[in-house]
Write a new protein. Structure first.
Length: 209
């Protein structure tokens, strides 16, 4: 009876322990499989998750004219628009003054290279779809000045035309060259700038006094 009681009491306990070990093993396999299923998509194609986070139009850059501001030396395919502000700068070496004109029509539709080849006497200082600057250096005085000078033996007053920037004779002064001292003649050969005709009259009055 004691032996039977021992046997009956022992075997169910072994079965319970064995059954528990099998259950733990199956649970481990089950959870391991679920974990692998959860992680598998991330390992299989990680780029899908990265692309999903991007906005729909993030891969399409904005190439509108407002955001396509190209400076000199940038994208040469950009051209002058009819809304572009174009400045033409003429700098005069004798007085150091500049004349600035605004004219978009003469440059509209041109690229940087076309602008350089068409207006070779200008240097392109700025080139964007918003603003273009071209500059050239000219000899002589700007249109604001009257220049008193000796031209082919005649004392005359010249001025630069504001439209063509070419010099023209305003008037000739009937004065004997021999009556002028050597220093004055040397100044007239180079040209003496004045801001008005009244200043030229004052200059001759000072010579007579």
């Amino acid at each position: 009876m004691a032996s039977k009681s021992f046997t009956n009491g022992f075997r169910p306990r072994r079965a319970l322990v064995a059954g528990g070990a099998v259950a733990v093993f199956l649970m481990g396999v089950l959870f391991g499989g679920m974990a692998s299923l959860t992680l598998w998509p991330q390992q299989q194609d990680p780029f899908n998750l990265m692309q999903a986070e991007l906005p729909g139009d993030a891969q399409t850059p904005d190439v509108s004219p407002e955001n396509n501001m190209q400076a000199v030396g940038g994208d040469r395919t950009v051209c002058v628009l009819d809304t572009t502000q174009v400045e033409w700068i003429s700098a005069f070496s004798a007085c150091g003054h500049e004349c600035v004109e605004s004219d978009t029509e003469s440059a509209v539709g041109m690229t940087l290279e076309e602008l350089k080849s068409t207006y070779a006497d200008y240097e392109v200082r700025m080139f964007t779809t918003a603003k273009v600057k071209l500059k050239r250096e000219l000899m002589g005085y700007c249109p604001k000045h009257y220049v008193l000078l000796l031209d082919h033996g005649t004392v005359c007053v010249k001025r630069t035309d504001p439209d063509t920037f070419l010099p023209y004779v305003v008037m000739e002064i009937p004065i004997e060259i021999d009556a002028l001292d050597e220093e004055t003649r040397a100044e007239l050969e180079v040209g003496i700038p004045f801001d008005s005709l009244e200043q030229i009259n004052a200059f001759f009055e000072s010579l007579e006094s």
